[in-house]
Design a protein around this ligand. Structure first.
Ligand code: AMP
Length: 245
C-alpha cells in the first residue's frame, strides 16, 4: 500500500502519518524529518539545505529525490509506505512518477489534510514554543503557508486526475481525523479492489466520519455522496496513468 499525505504545515501530517503507518503496517517516511536529520548531523546535504529550511523555502527537488530514493525503494519492497510532506510540487510528483515506473506503478492513494489558516498558525506557534523548531516562528510560518498555498492547487489537480484523492478535514480532534482517514482509505481500497492491508485492529468507528472527507477517483464511480467538490460540475475526469510514487 502506498499513500501520500499532502497538507499545509500544521495540518497534522506527521501525527496522522504515524497513526496510519501503524494501522496499516507500512513505513512512515517524512521528507522534512530526513532533511532535519541531515541538518542536525551537519552533513553536506544538511549544510546545503539548512538556510532554506530556516527561511521556510523549499529545498531543491534533486536533493529531496536523493534522500527519499533509498527509503522509498526499501519500503516498496517491504509492503508499502506513507510519504509525509512529499511531493510538494507538480515537478516533484512528475519526477517521482518517472522514478517509480521502474519499481512498478501500483495503485496509490493521496490524502489531503486541510485546516483553517488561523488554526494552522496556532498549532505551529504552540509546537515552536514546545520544540524550538526554528521554522515555527510567526514570520516563517506565514511564509511556509504561502509556499504551500502557491503549490497546492496544481499539485492537488495532478493527483485528482491521476489517482484517488481523499480530502480530510484536519481541523478536528486527532483521533477523529485518524478514524476518518482510515474509514475513507478502506472504502477507497475496496472500491479499487486492493487487498486488506491492516496490521492492527481498527479503532472504534466515529459515526460522523462521513462529514469529514471527500473522495475523488478518476475512472471509478464514487459509491457515496462525498465526491470531491472540485470534481463536480466539470464533467467526468478521464482516467490517466497512475502517478508513480
Ligand atoms: P515539513 O517537516 O514537511 O514541514 O518540512 C520542513 C521543511 O523541509 C520545509 O519547509 C522545506 O524547507 C523542507 N522540505 C520538506 N519536504 C520537502 C519537499 N518535499 N520538497 C522541498 N522541501 C521540503
Amino acid at each position: 500500500m502506498r499513500l501520500l499525505l499532502i497538507g499545509p504545515p500544521g495540518s497534522g501530517k506527521g501525527t496522522q502519518a504515524v497513526h496510519l503507518a501503524e494501522h496499516y503496517g507500512i513505513a512512515h517516511i517524512s521528507s522534512g524529518d530526513l532533511l532535519r536529520r541531515h541538518v542536525a548531523e551537519n552533513t553536506t546535504i544538511g549544510r546545503t539545505v539548512a538556510a532554506r529550511i530556516h527561511r521556510g523555502d523549499l529545498v531543491p527537488d534533486s536533493i529531496v529525490m536523493d534522500i527519499l530514493r533509498k527509503p522509498v525503494e526499501a519500503a516498496t519492497r517491504d509492503g508499502g509506505y506513507i510519504l509525509d510532506g512529499f511531493p510538494r510540487t507538480v515537478e516533484q510528483a512528475e519526477t517521482a512518477y518517472r522514478v517509480a515506473e521502474r519499481l512498478g506503478a501500483e495503485v496509490r492513494i493521496a490524502v489531503y489534510l486541510t485546516a483553517a489558516r488561523p488554526e494552522l498558525i496556532r498549532r505551529l506557534l504552540a509546537r515552536g514554543a514546545q520544540t524550538g523548531r526554528t521554522d515555527d516562528t510567526e514570520h516563517v510560518i506565514g511564509h511556509r503557508l504561502d509556499v504551500f498555498d502557491n503549490a497546492a492547487t496544481p499539485l492537488l489537480d495532478y493527483y485528482r486526475k491521476r489517482e484517488t484523492l481523499i480530502t480530510i478535514d484536519g481541523d478536528r480532534p486527532e483521533a477523529e481525523v485518524t478514524q476518518a482517514a482510515i474509514t475513507h482509505l478502506d472504502r477507497a481500497r475496496r472500491d479499487l479492489g486492493l487487498p486488506e492491508h491492516r496490521r492492527t485492529p481498527a479503532p472504534v468507528a466515529a459515526d460522523d466520519t462521513k462529514l469529514t472527507a471527500t473522495v475523488a477517483m478518476p475512472g471509478h464511480p464514487t459509491p457515496h455522496a462525498a465526491r470531491s467538490r472540485q470534481n463536480t460540475g466539470g464533467g467526468p475526469v478521464p482516467p490517466q496513468r497512475p502517478a508513480g510514487w
